[in-house]
Write a protein that binds this ligand. Structure first.
Ligand code: FMN
Length: 343
């Protein structure tokens, strides 16, 4: 299914730039554009340079939550808002007082319009995270010639994905940087490694697999391939590269020995995501409710203010467990380094 064993993973929020996709493709990886947080128009602009280059690439979308926020989570959200006020004021900003309606296009992450765009102007592959695309959407994409990949974090999620008719699975381990793809339950505390998770999924499901999460070097890729995956996806390994759109503060933090650990936290967005441990993570992880994307919108002004103040203490410094190996410099050199290590 993939002509290369290396995938440049989608990283929404500005990290995956067209330049990053072009550079990783040029060096021999298969890149994914990041559709999350974007409107259809913004997504079209994001992928225009990739189309113009005539290259093969995928597009990743967030699947919106299929049910409204529960009453308990709504109450916890109000409490969390109050707790954030002091931190927000420290940064000279406020916490939004209103919660966006469930049917707000932002809460739905502009899902319908982006699916329509990808049906009208197809790409070779679409991957989904945060949930499963409904089977009719999968079928419509396949009908226009697009292969569809679901992101899963367990055997149970892989079996559920198969029911929707997808062509491939991205098997993501909890060591991954950024948001977990988990949708049935949080990432398990299982001690299974990524290769073990891939083997377990492979025993249960006969679909091509891409392995992701914590890949820091070529040896990790080899282990993923030996476990039965067709390819391995790099996220964190590309974060510090020249073409990555991650903030300088984020890139610098990844190289700063003052940061000594990553942790899964809901503090920034309401969905578990792996980040470097900073003050915000320490102060707010204990009380953040399971309310994505509502918490994302609550903390957005605060994160923007911290960034403007050049202060990483309240930033979401997404990082996988392999963050210490992430190199600066051209993305092509990182991809070439991995590929060389495989030969
Ligand atoms: C900054 C950042 C943003 C991410 N954004 C997305 C995204 O938009 N969609 C997605 O499916 N995965 C996203 N991920 C997860 C990656 O696609 C990938 O699964 C993960 O980075 C692999 O683990 P690693 O970071 O240890 O290499 C993101 C990861 C990071 C670090």
């Amino acid at each position: 299914m993939f002509v290369t064993p290396l995938i440049a993973a989608p990283m929404a929020g500005g990290t995956t730039t067209p330049e990053l996709a072009l550079a990783t493709h040029g060096a021999g990886a298969f890149p994914f554009a990041a559709g999350g947080y974007r409107t259809a128009e913004q997504l079209a602009t994001h992928i225009a340079p990739l189309r113009a280059a005539g290259m093969d690439f995928g597009v990743n979308l967030f699947v919106p939550r299929p049910f409204p926020l529960g009453a308990d989570e709504s109450a916890a959200l109000a409490t969390y808002r109050t707790q954030l006020l002091a931190t927000a004021r420290r940064y000279g900003t406020e916490v939004p007082g209103t919660v966006l309606a469930e049917d707000d296009p932002k809460v739905q992450d502009f899902w319908a319009e982006k699916v329509d765009l990808l049906l009208a102007d197809p790409v070779s592959m679409v991957s989904f995270t945060f949930g499963l695309a409904p089977a009719p959407v999968v079928a419509r994409l396949q009908k226009v010639g697009t292969r569809v990949m679901a992101s899963v974090t367990s055997v149970a999620e892989a079996l559920a994905a198969v029911e929707t008719g997808v062509d491939a699975l991205l098997v993501q381990h909890a060591n991954a940087g950024g948001h977990t793809a988990a949708f049935l339950s949080g990432p398990t505390n299982s001690s299974a490694t990524l290769p073990e998770l891939i083997s377990a999924v492979r025993d249960a499901v006969k679909l091509p697999i891409v392995g992701a999460g914590g890949i820091a070097g070529a040896e990790d890729v080899k282990a993923v391939l030996a476990a039965g995956a067709e390819a391995a996806a790099l996220g964190t390994a590309l974060l510090r590269t020249d073409e990555s759109g991650a903030r300088t503060l984020h890139k610098d933090a990844l190289a700063d020995p003052a940061y000594t650990a990553t942790v899964m936290t809901r503090a920034f967005t309401g969905k578990l995501a792996r980040a470097l441990v900073n003050d915000f993570v320490r102060d707010h992880s204990g009380s953040a409710p399971e309310a994505y994307p509502e918490v994302h919108f609550l903390t957005a002004p605060l994160r923007a203010a911290a960034s403007a103040a050049n202060d990483p203490r309240a930033l979401n410094l997404w990082a996988g467990t392999g963050w210490k190996s992430a190199k600066s410099g051209p993305a092509a050199a990182v991809v070439e380094g991995f590929l060389k290590g495989l030969s």
